[in-house]
Design a protein. Sequence first.
Length: 222
Amino acid sequence: MFGLVAAGFFWTVKRHDGQRRFPFWLVAAVGVAAAYIGPPVFAVVKDTVSYVPGLPRLTETAVIFGLWVALITLTLFETKGQPRRVPIWAGVSIALVATFAVPPLLDRATGIYQHASLMPNENGCTSGMLGQSEPRQVTNICDYPIVVGLCMPAEKNPAACRQTATIAPGAVANFDPGEARLSSLPSNPNGLTVVACRPPHRPSRSLSVIGRGYDGVCLPDA
């Protein structure tokens, strides 16, 4: 997604006579480079500005959404061979508004945290959780604390999992799934979910992107 958006921006840049400023091969090269460096650069920037109010809740999905809005704004009203109608600064301003304002507005309107507000999970830090239909014991194999949640079928976004444990590096937490089994399609779409998050993000569960079954998700801190 970072690559597509970056290539789209470079493709829309025009000279004063209305002709494209960059050749196709250069636009394609920029797209490939952005696809590789975009996510790690975003992670570094997010860590750097994590103490700025409002920015800790900024997600990669929200950034990509804002970039797509800017790209559409900068291309929708343009005519081939004609000078630019929407200035670059206007597209960037609209992108910033979309990135920071639209996700929380959608959250309030729907009463749940939408995908653009969900935080990245830390499932790779767990041992004994992934691949288990009835996970009961989880070990933190990373060198920083994580919070793991087991959500039963009646629980869902925006509430956090009732069975939640903050696990120190190398420590173990126990859970009780009862008779519930992991959510899976097509046999058990409404089963339990498990997810590991980076504190202060909170484990929860939401409908999968296809609208059937549930996935463990990390909610932003309240």
